[in-house]
Design a protein around this ligand. Structure first.
Ligand code: GEK
Length: 241
């Protein structure tokens, strides 16, 4: 379904939330809003496959409609893996459940309604958090990363993708403009872009790329690197050695 949530003018723009309405159009919304979304899914899932140790669990924090599980299933092909996707929006989990039909039965896939801040990540080999950390209140991010580091098995891996903001205001504004151009090229009108921007302000709070690196290092990760960057979007890999 096409995302037209912000196509009509609002008198008062309601704060963005992961409602039933958003879940219905989510696949179209994220495809037209996150640059290189599909490429990045493939990249993160290929790396998950590289680092996966048989018998461990892949956790997907903020799994939404299950795109990462689908991509993992394609990338792993005939290799078994266990996956748990967690999301606190029941509308998203319901949609993710339906996507299971397209996945191979040799892959053990569960979608659970839960809060990623309190979830017990047992036997974690890989933790993927694609565009979810940005919705966690900034003051709680260090605690979540500490928990992720603590929960990962030895040689475990965190794959994190985020919208980011540059520390230099001028560069930041140019990168934001590039993102708006990308959204326009994907068919969003100026009104849609501006209303969505207002709705998401204070809900999605991006860190600087450097802050994300610092948080992961402070949590204990011995090696941290950016594996993909496009203006104000960055993807990181962090290793627990
Ligand atoms: C993808 N990773 O397709 N606990 C659980 N879920 C949460 C929490 C929380 N505390 N906060 C937010 N969410 C997906 C895309 S979307 C990104 C992730 C976006 C969930 C929220 O319900 C939503 O489904 C997801 O995190 C963020 O690669 O909309 O920009």
């Amino acid at each position: 379904m096409k995302d037209d949530i912000y196509s009509k003018p609002f008198q008062i723009i309601p704060k963005f939330e992961f409602s039933e309405k958003v879940a219905q159009v989510f696949d179209d919304m994220i495809h037209r809003s996150v640059p290189f979304y599909e490429t990045n899914q493939t990249m993160s899932c290929q790396m998950a496959e590289e680092f996966y140790t048989d018998g461990s669990i892949i956790y997907d924090l903020g799994c939404s409609t299950g795109k990462t599980a689908q991509t993992l299933s394609q990338v792993f092909e005939n290799r078994p893996f266990q996956y748990i996707g967690i999301d606190n929006s029941s509308a998203m989990i319901d949609k993710a459940e339906k996507s299971k039909n397209d996945m191979s039965e040799i892959h053990k896939i569960d979608f659970l309604l839960g809060d990623i801040e309190t979830f017990p990540y047992g036997n974690a080999g890989i933790i993927i958090a694609n565009y979810t950390f940005q919705f966690i209140p900034p003051e709680k991010r260090a605690a979540l990363l500490n928990n992720i580091y603590f929960s990962l098995n030895k040689n475990g891996v965190l794959l994190l993708s985020e919208k980011v903001v540059e520390s230099d205001k001028e560069i930041a504004n140019h990168f934001i403009h590039m993102h708006h151009l990308m959204k326009k090229a994907c068919g969003y009108s100026d009104l849609e872009i501006m209303q969505k921007r207002d709705a998401i302000e204070d809900v999605l709070i991006p860190n600087t790329p450097e802050k994300n690196m610092e948080l992961m290092k402070d949590a204990g990760f011995q090696a941290v690197s950016i594996y993909h960057k496009w203006f104000n979007f960055a993807s990181y890999i962090a290793l627990k050695k």
